[in-house]
Design a protein around this ligand. Structure first.
Ligand SMILES: [Zn+2]
Length: 154
């Protein structure tokens, strides 16, 4: 699947199988929110982001309307990933059970904190929000973070 962000004129590529795997994890945790980290790599010109994998948090809180993951253990995991596969942390994903894929104020604030965190050295992290119901994925929307805003890919 190839998505385009008009505002920044960049592309995001994720294969269907990976997206289905992530969706299934979300569906398995229905009716609570669930999520984790997105892993990927950029093209040399930084215009294309390939999402290649996900990582689940070591600990998290997921209720019907909130998901909070801890970053515990991720630093060493991410550096290992870079050494072995040249892949890096590129953003976050979480579900909205019975909700839309629109981001909440809390989601935006979380991304602002992530971008300004000294341990994150990418400038435009992505956020994937998956609308799920009990048995299926309804919709998946990727956003790119820029300057305290989240702008959807289409
Ligand atoms: Zn959310």
């Amino acid at each position: 699947m190839k998505l385009h962000n008009k505002h920044r004129n960049v592309e995001l590529i994720i294969n269907q199988e990976l997206l289905e795997k992530i969706s299934q994890l979300g569906i398995d945790h229905y009716p609570n929110e669930f999520g984790g980290f997105l892993i990927g790599k950029y093209s040399d010109d930084y215009n294309t982001l390939f999402i290649t994998d996900y990582i689940l948090p070591k600990s998290y809180k997921g209720s019907r309307s909130l998901f909070e993951r801890s970053a515990k253990g991720t630093k060493s995991l991410f550096s290992k990933l870079f050494k072995i596969k040249k892949e890096i942390y590129v953003g976050e994903w979480h579900t909205h059970p019975n909700g839309s894929t629109r981001y909440s104020d809390i989601d935006l604030r979380a991304m602002i904190n992530i971008e300004s965190s000294p341990s994150v050295n990418i400038k435009n992290p992505v956020l994937l929000i998956l609308s799920v119901s009990e048995k299926k994925l309804n919709q998946a929307t990727f956003y790119i973070y820029e300057n305290k805003k989240l702008i959807p890919y289409e």
